[in-house]
Design a protein around this ligand. Structure first.
Ligand code: FE2
Length: 403
């Protein structure tokens, strides 16, 4: 069943990276399934099969709009309101401004979220029972996939870029769930998998995905009721050596990749911040980080502004003024209001520099840092064992309210 879109919902066109159909074969282990060959880095843009897709912007309509196409169970994703949790908001803002997450931050996040109940838009509640010890990470990426800190190595929680390839995070019958739960995961968890679903269990494995800044590289998610799973969902073994220290039988993550089809429907939020987080089904909801139209333009102004700032810091004022006056690319078309506002603030700062820093260089440098930082996409994600409950007493009595 397809929900009709509210007529005022905006959309844009952007390329999404799918798995290439040439490297797909019938699965020899599980009848009727398809397998994607493991070929080097799954996020290598050269190996992806790009398709221009229409992305519907959920921020362009009210959250209370009927027929809003978010529902954790049927569509595979939804959002929850973290706004009322003031301690949590303060913690997320400190992680955002630090640009990295510490072990102490992660502990506080786990403590603050475990046991909480959140109301879903789709008319149910979600109780967060337990946050997985592995997989709490922070991701960062600059406009147009620019590397914000090229020298930082990927560790367990930090140094992760945005995921370019469209994927699903975990096969309920695969590693490491198979080993960790001794094969019981398909019976315990609610899931929709091409070779057998579990639609009666209220227990779910969900990703909680908290945006800190996502003017660039926003997360995009597929409405899974628009997915033909038997034809387009592929088993994929992802090597984990680069970021996890695991036993020999668990050196891969069995995840999902996807083939493109024109019937698939995609969504994103252009204005999401840490007050509202995505929850989506870890066991299959297709998602990835999109590069929005116009990010290449923003990247070029960002780089120019950084060069001007470096010259100012070295006291080379003439170099700075000349560099600031150089014309950049002119247009930004088919993008989001947030990206347009961000671009305007970069252009204002460049103009002030070209005109000779009327407000003084110290204040100017501070504003450059703030404006550029907002263009670095930052997000925190974690895996949560959660209970899907009816939105009625007594299940909803602990729904998140102000601290
Ligand atoms: Fe993911």
């Amino acid at each position: 069943m397809h929900g009709s879109h509210p007529s005022e919902m905006r959309s844009l066109q952007a390329p999404l990276g799918f798995f290439s159909p040439e490297a797909v074969s019938a699965d020899e282990e599980r009848a009727g399934m398809l397998r994607a060959a493991t070929l080097g880095d799954p996020d290598d843009p050269d190996s992806l099969d790009y398709h221009q897709c229409e992305l519907f912007d959920l921020s362009s309509v009210q959250q209370s709009t009927p027929n809003l196409d978010t529902d954790l169970d049927t569509r595979g994703f939804d959002t929850i309101d973290l706004g009322p949790l003031s301690d949590m908001q303060a913690l997320l803002e400190s992680v955002r401004s630090a640009g990295e997450i510490s072990a102490e931050d992660a502990r506080s996040l786990r403590r603050g979220l475990t046991g909480r109940v959140f109301r879903l838009n789709g008319g149910k509640c979600l109780r967060l029972l337990s946050i997985a010890p592995e997989g709490l990470i922070m991701r960062k990426s600059g406009p147009n996939d620019l590397k914000p800190d090229p020298d930082v190595e990927m560790g367990e929680m930090n140094g992760h870029g945005a995921a370019r390839a469209i994927h699903g995070d975990q096969d309920v019958r695969g590693t490491p769930l198979k080993q960790l739960m001794r094969g019981n995961a398909p019976w315990l968890f609610r899931h929709q998998t091409p070779d057998g679903s579990n639609r009666w269990s209220p227990l779910m494995l969900v990703n909680l995905w908290i945006p800190l800044d996502q003017v660039t590289r926003p997360l995009t998610l597929m409405d899974r009721s628009s997915l033909d799973a038997r034809r387009h969902q592929l088993r994929y073994a992802l090597p984990t050596d680069a970021f996890l220290d695991r036993d020999a039988d668990m050196k891969v993550n069995d995840i999902w990749t996807f083939l493109h089809h024109s019937g698939q429907r995609w969504y994103f939020h252009s204005e999401l911040d840490a007050r509202r987080a995505y929850v989506f089904d870890t066991l299959g909801t297709p998602h990835g980080a999109v590069i929005l139209p116009g990010e290449d333009v923003v990247e070029s102004y960002y780089t120019q502004l950084r060069e001007v700032a470096a010259a100012v810091q070295q006291g080379e004022m003439q170099v700075a003024t000349e560099r600031a006056g150089a014309a950049g690319p002119a247009v930004l078309e088919g993008s989001t209001p947030a990206l347009e506002r961000a671009l305007a603030s970069l252009q204002t700062l460049l103009r002030e520099a070209a005109d000779g820093f009327a407000a003084g260089t110290e204040d100017w440098l501070r504003r450059v840092d703030a404006a550029c930082d907002r263009l670095i996409r930052k997000s925190i994600e974690m895996r949560v064992v959660a209970l899907l409950l009816p939105d009625c007493w007594p299940f909803n009595r602990a729904v998140a309210s102000p601290d």
